[in-house]
Design a protein around this ligand. Structure first.
Ligand code: SAM
Length: 237
């Protein structure tokens, strides 16, 4: 199929075989993308369902479902202790690489307490990046949690914590366990020893991303690229 623009719609917009377009979506399709009535695009619900859609004056007609697979075989959750700056620039590449869920963490050394506006912005970036990178799903960006709460509430079959120093095994040596993996990554100041101990007590295995110390905004992208590469290289050979 030729490359078509993607647009995320919410479940409440879909009525039988039409989509009621919001004014800002009409603006985006007609004015920004310069589509015309009768032109086609892909409507996606961000939960794994997509349809070929045809633009009509004030709605879109759903022509047929589109079946494709662009998601990773394992759901990757990243618990990220919020860095002071640069989190906006992390959400887009993580979405492109296939992250399923990002949990902003308030850790012992976190200095940022994000406003609701920031969260809205991160969710908008994730949605745009999911459309652009042809994902089926838009990653969830959760409300911030304290590290202790996250250790107790975020469920994953496999749990890893990136430790910048020490002799932990490399992330790539871990055999990934379906269906879900959660990876915790520290902020600029890193994790405190007490946080690492608490994570280990909650079945998190310390892992390394290599011999160099990566910035707090580089480490999640490196971890996500390694996880995506490890899974897809097996599938795509
Ligand atoms: N200030 C800390 C120190 O000097 O040890 C470094 C923190 S680092 C900038 C931020 C986070 O990225 C770390 O807490 C860790 O989760 C992750 N990280 C960075 N480099 C890493 C590496 N080589 N292996 C594993 N994790 C790493």
């Amino acid at each position: 199929m030729a490359q078509l623009q993607r647009l995320v719609i919410s479940a409440s917009q879909k009525q039988a075989s039409i989509v009621i377009l919001k004014p800002e979506q009409q603006h985006y399709l007609y004015r920004v993308l310069r589509l015309k009535s009768g032109d086609r695009f892909i409507a996606m619900d961000g939960q794994g369902n997509s349809w070929l859609a045809e633009l009509q004056p004030d709605h879109a007609a759903l022509i047929e479902p589109i079946i494709f697979q662009s998601e990773l075989p394992i759901a990757v959750t990243l618990m990220l202790a919020l860095p002071k700056t640069g989190f906006d620039d992390v959400i887009r590449p993580l979405t492109e690489l296939g992250v399923a869920c990002v949990v902003p963490i308030i850790s012992d050394r976190t200095l940022l307490n994000p406003s609701p506006n920031k969260l809205e912005r991160w969710r908008r970036i994730a949605q745009e990046a999911a459309e652009q990178s042809e994902r089926q799903c838009v990653p969830a960006i959760l409300d911030p949690l304290s590290f202790s709460t996250a250790l107790q509430t975020i469920d994953a079959k496999q749990r890893l914590i990136c430790a910048a120093r020490g002799a932990s095994p490399h992330l790539l040596t871990c055999r990934l366990v379906a269906p879900s993996v959660c990876v915790a990554i520290g902020c600029e100041g890193g994790w405190t020893d007490a946080e690492i101990d608490r994570a280990i007590a909650s079945q998190y295995q310390p892992v390394s991303l290599g011999r160099r110390i990566l910035r707090a905004v580089t480490a999640p992208i490196a971890a996500m690229a390694l996880l995506a590469g490890a899974q897809e290289s097996r599938e795509m050979t």
